[in-house]
Structure formats: C-alpha cells, structure tokens
Design a protein around this ligand. Structure first.
Ligand SMILES: [Zn+2]
Length: 268
C-alpha cells in the first residue's frame, strides 16, 4: 500500500514556528516519513518575507529526493503575470501543481473574463490547482470548477470548516461541489477545526470526514499531514494514524485516501 502525504511545508526558517524556526527542515521530514512508513510527500512552498526563495528551494529538495518528494509551486494567481508563471512552472520547478493562498477575503475576481488565461494555463499544463478556499468563497469556487471542467482543483484542509459541530453554518458547505468530478478535497489539518486538536481519535472530525466521503466518494479525498504546523498538536505519525487506525474507513477507502488518489491525481 502506497502512503503519500499530500500537504507538507519544507523550509529552513519557518517564522510562525519560532522559537523552533528550523522545525521544517527537509532532513527532519524525511526522518519522520521513514518512521511512519510514508513513501512520498507533496510540498506546498511557503513564499513569504521569511522564505522568499522557497519555490526554488523546494524544487531543489524534490530533485534531490525524487522518490520521496514532489513539489507544487506557490503562485500569486491574482497577479497580472500569473498565467505565464503557471505555464512555466513545470519547466522551472518540475512542479506537479500550483498552490495559491488568496491574499483577500473575496476571490470573486477568479470568475472575471480578464483572468481566464490563468485557467487556460492550468488546462494546458494539466497542473493541479491547489486552493485555500474558505466557506465565504465556496460558492464562487464551485462556479469556477464548473466553468473549468478540464482543470483539477484540490481544496486544502476539508474546505476549512472552522468547526466540526453540526450547527456550524459552514458544516459541509462544500457539498455542492460533489457533482463536479474535477474537485478533490484534502483530509488534512484536522487540528484547525477540532475542539480537542491533540486527540488523534477526534470523533467529531472523523464524523465530518466520513460524511465528506459519503458526499464525494473516497476517490476524491486525499490525506495530508500539514506538517510542520500539525506538530504543535500531534506527532507526524499520529497525523497519519487519524486515517489509518482511527477513521473506521474500509480498507479500499483507506488505500485511496492515504495514497492512491494522490498518485492518480498528480501522476506520481
Ligand atoms: Zn499547510
């Protein structure tokens, strides 16, 4: 059984993790992957003031460890040169996907005609479009995915529901995307919405996950650890065991979520 972690960050200086800013070093990740039996991890670069060259660094690490690491490229899709950067990402960084964290609350610009070249670039390169979409933008995102059926979209962290209680207005608000087979969702960063983020048995989070699997099917959900931030709450291995041991998924579902889906979606 292949185990692929679809969401990690690797950087020597991860300022939000201070005073342990070097917690996200590549040697640490590889060691943790060995210990947990994780074959490959997909890196989402963090291009920020404290790590301006992280796209280049992650591409280097992926080249040095081609059987263990693959990388996305962080591109600011709202910038005017975004389409060109997407087109060049494979050649420049051997990228398998593009990661975008919007810089504003409202992403309705993604539907505007003037930004259409971006989605054409995704369609042409077949790079996966990995998005951090919050519930406020789920409706816009569903329209975007509907209008671009040739682009595969992957949403971070269960669609960022904020909390797992059923009276949360954002509970499963991504469900209208279930009919779109180009939409995938990461089972990652449970800690961000869990009431008890230290608990790998996390019953609320796992109920949410099983409902998501009912809605979308197990072939559209990808496990990711969100290491190193997840390490504030759980060990790396525990972040995997949430799915492998505690999820109650059937074996074929578990194999899909833990590795097969990532292998198929990213061609790795
Ligand atoms: Zn993350």
């Amino acid at each position: 059984m292949r185990i692929i972690d679809s969401h990690v960050h690797v950087l020597n200086n991860y300022a939000p993790m201070e005073p342990f800013g070097d917690i996200g070093r590549v040697d640490r990740l590889l060691h943790l992957m060995d210990g947990a039996g994780v074959e490959m991890a997909i890196i989402l670069p963090v291009v920020a003031k404290f790590s301006p060259d992280n796209n280049t660094e992650c591409a280097q690490w992926a080249r040095q460890h081609p059987d263990r690491l693959a990388t996305m490229t962080d591109i600011q899709l709202h910038e005017p040169n975004a389409a060109e950067l997407v087109i060049n990402a494979k050649e420049t960084y051997q990228s398998i996907g593009i990661s975008y964290y919007p810089n504003s609350q409202d992403i309705s610009w993604v539907l505007k005609e003037e930004h259409k070249p971006i989605w054409d670039a995704f369609s042409k390169t077949q790079l996966v479009c990995n998005l951090q979409v919050t519930p406020a933008n789920h409706a816009i995102f569903v329209t975007l995915a509907e209008q671009n059926p040739a682009v595969n979209f992957l949403c971070n962290h269960l669609g960022l529901p904020g909390a797992f209680n059923t009276d949360n207005p954002n509970y499963n608000s991504l469900s209208p995307a279930q009919r779109l087979d180009n939409v995938y969702i990461k089972a990652s960063a449970f800690y961000a919405a869990a009431k008890e983020p230290w608990d790998p048995k996390c019953p609320q989070a796992l109920r949410y996950l099983s409902e998501l699997i009912q809605l979308f099917g197990a072939n559209r959900i990808l496990w990711g650890s969100d290491w190193p931030p997840t390490g504030n709450h759980l060990t790396y291995k525990q972040s995997l065991e949430i799915i492998r041991v505690f999820s109650g998924l059937r074996e074929n579902q578990r194999n899909l979520v833990l590795g097969e889906n990532a292998a198929n979606l990213f061609g790795i």
